[in-house]
Write a protein that binds this ligand. Structure first.
Ligand code: G3H
Length: 258
């Protein structure tokens, strides 16, 4: 019976990849909306998938923030460093999260867990575009931007548009606009509708979605049935080599609608 469940899950993974138009999906049992432990299991899969896909030698990994990434960071292991010199860098400048789940904090934790290095991108959260622009000229910022350009791996999550906009305390008018334009999801600070059309982008430096095309190891990590629509929408934008690490809550919700 265990074998049946195993094969069943593999078949579901195959179907989900097909529906989403990407090469691989990995599904953990359960629904992380209801069982936080599921996120830990997803984190373990992040570790094993990085082991499989991340090139050896010098390997820069660009990382986004959020609660999923913060949780996944704890599951990375020193095994990843055996054939690699890992450097974790924030993928984009601040997009308005609280300190403990900012990409800088996630990178520091990933470096700690793997015995690798990390760099922080010191650009403040929640500043206006005008204040932000001159900061980009700073040599320390430029150095991290160069590392981001060289990244061989990307780790990111996907969020529900309005939930993310509210959590990051975006201006009320922006949230209103996102609702009017029917934004359903958010990733990398891009907000998009159900068709995957970008309706708004937080103007920040660092990795852009189009840059993902040339990166061999791109892992999207997102679980919980509540994120199903956002994940499905993002996959219109995602490069085909993306591996989605998700849970049954998401898979069932997407496949029932397919
Ligand atoms: O871009 C998506 C968000 O970072 C997801 O945040 O992992 O806390 O749901 P979360």
């Amino acid at each position: 019976q265990v074998m049946d469940q195993f094969l069943g899950l593999h078949e579901t993974e195959r179907q989900l990849s097909q529906v989403l138009g990407i090469e691989h999906c990995l599904i953990v049992s359960g629904n992380s909306d209801e069982q936080p432990k599921v996120l830990t299991e997803m984190g373990k899969l992040v570790n094993s998938t990085l082991q499989l896909l991340l090139p050896q030698g010098q390997s820069v990994v660009a990382v986004m923030g959020g609660t999923t990434m913060a949780k996944a960071a704890h599951e990375l292991s020193t095994d990843l460093s055996k054939q690699r010199n890992l450097i974790f860098v924030p993928a984009r400048g601040g997009i308005g999260e609280s300190v403990d789940i900012q990409a800088n904090a996630v990178c520091a934790e990933m470096a700690k867990q793997t015995g690798g290095k990390h760099r922080a991108l010191y650009v403040p959260e929640q500043v206006s575009e005008k204040t932000y622009a001159p900061l980009l000229e700073e040599p320390s910022v430029q150095e991290v931007l160069k590392l981001i350009e060289r990244s061989r791996g990307v780790l990111h999550s996907i969020g529900e548009a309005i939930t993310m906009a509210e959590r990051r305390e975006m201006p009320v008018e922006t949230i209103k606009m996102l609702k009017e334009k029917r934004a359903v999801g958010e990733a990398f600070g891009y907000f998009f509708n159900q068709q995957g059309e970008v309706v708004y982008k937080i103007p920040r430096i660092g990795l852009q979605i189009r840059d993902l095309l040339n990166i061999p190891c791109v892992l999207a990590v997102a679980g919980g049935a509540s994120k199903a629509q956002a994940i499905q929408a993002y996959m219109h934008l995602a490069p085909k080599q993306t591996w989605l690490i998700t849970d049954e809550g998401v898979a069932n919700s997407i496949l029932q609608g397919a």
